[in-house]
Design a protein around this ligand. Structure first.
Ligand SMILES: C[S@@+](CC[C@H](N)C(=O)[O-])C[C@H]1O[C@@H](n2cnc3c(N)ncnc32)[C@H](O)[C@@H]1O
Length: 327
């Protein structure tokens, strides 16, 4: 497999690899930020689509209490693991770029957990996927996903040795020291404390600081994880702006290090919650995927403009029931 930009097959080959599949099969628990968001936004009897489900880490939590649950992944090997782990749940092999087997508005919640969206390469594939997610979501439905942070140059590291050294240095400060000695010791322990929380590897920082992704605030980079993946990263403002183009309004953002503190330059990725916008009453829009102009009424019903043979147009009978207020 050629590892170079433009090779869209590379990521799929990595996610089909036995070693990658085994790695994901070992992951069982939700990250605290995911547990927090699922607790906050999951409602009983939701219809849930779990995109890029991997080896099924999120499946039991999302499926419990759902009216329906489908896990989807384009790696057949990942889906095999899901099926053997959770035989009572529904899993399908499909590319998230083409969700044509699901009808419009058939889900209340779509999840693309653990940065799965970042592996859609190139940009056009990711954009088609977002368009599809918006189509299969019910009006007012939610989309939860995470995206790598383009500004992350000091990822968190939990360096215990640095923390112990900082504590030792602080304990050694004596009242007899001169103010210069005290200032010096304070500066060194501050650096060690920073190192205890973040990875300050010089090569890594230099590599990221000189990258286009960092300065542009978005783009693909070559990520050495699992032997090498084309991975996208973006700053929160750019993520929300792109989703807004597809009628998805950002309603929540949580750092992946939650509940621990992390800064803009040390957050590895952000979790986002988007809500599919309901167009305003009377607003004419290509709202349905049919692409026809439509009109939304105050009761939530919707009608399309039908073209008659005599060259005239009229509003067709309403075909959408008033929206259920489930969310
Ligand atoms: C980082 S893993 C996350 C797996 C799982 N969601 C989890 O949280 O453990 C990303 C997953 O997304 C899947 N994926 C990436 N691109 C995809 C696409 N275009 N269509 C469907 N699945 C995709 C990969 O096969 C992989 O299983």
């Amino acid at each position: 497999m050629i590892r170079e930009p433009g090779n869209a097959e590379l990521n799929l080959s990595v996610f089909r690899d036995k070693r990658t599949v085994n790695t994901y099969a070992r992951y069982q628990d939700l990250q605290p930020c995911e547990a927090f968001l699922f607790d906050k936004y999951l409602r009983p009897r939701m219809r849930i689509l779990d995109l890029g489900v991997g080896a099924g880490r999120t499946a039991p939590v999302l499926a419990a209490g759902a009216a329906s649950y489908v896990g989807v992944d384009y790696s057949p090997e990942m889906i095999d693991v899901c099926r053997s782990r959770y035989p009572s749940l529904v899993f399908q092999i499909a590319d998230a770029v083409d969700l044509s087997e699901f009808s419009d508005g058939s889900f209340d919640l779509v999840v693309f957990a653990f940065n799965g969206l970042d592996y859609l390469y190139p940009d056009s594939a990711r954009r088609s996927c977002i368009r599809e997610i918006c189509r299969v979501l019910e009006r007012g439905g939610l989309f939860i996903c995470s995206v790598h942070n383009a500004l992350c140059v000091f990822p968190r590291s939990d360096n215990e040795v640095a923390r112990i050294r900082a504590d030792y240095l602080t304990s050694k400060v004596s009242p007899n020291w001169t103010s210069a000695q005290r200032a010096c010791s304070k500066a060194v322990s501050a650096i060690l404390r920073m190192k205890s929380n973040t990875s300050l590897a010089y090569g890594n920082i230099r590599h990221k600081l000189f990258s286009r992704v960092f300065w542009k605030g978005e783009g693909y980079f070559y990520d050495r994880t699992h032997g090498g993946l084309f991975t996208r990263a973006a700053i929160p403002h750019k993520v929300r702006a792109e989703m807004a183009q597809f009628n998805l309004e950002g309603i929540d953002t949580v750092k992946c290090e939650f509940p621990q503190e992390s800064g803009l330059f040390s957050t590895a990725w952000f979790y986002y919650v988007f809500r599919k916008q309901v167009p305003m009453e009377g607003h004419c829009t290509n709202y349905r995927s049919s692409g026809k102009a439509g009109r939304l009424r105050s009761d939530g019903s919707y009608s399309e403009l039908e073209h008659r043979g005599n060259g005239q147009s009229e509003w067709a009978n309403d075909f959408i029931r008033p929206a259920r207020t489930r969310l």
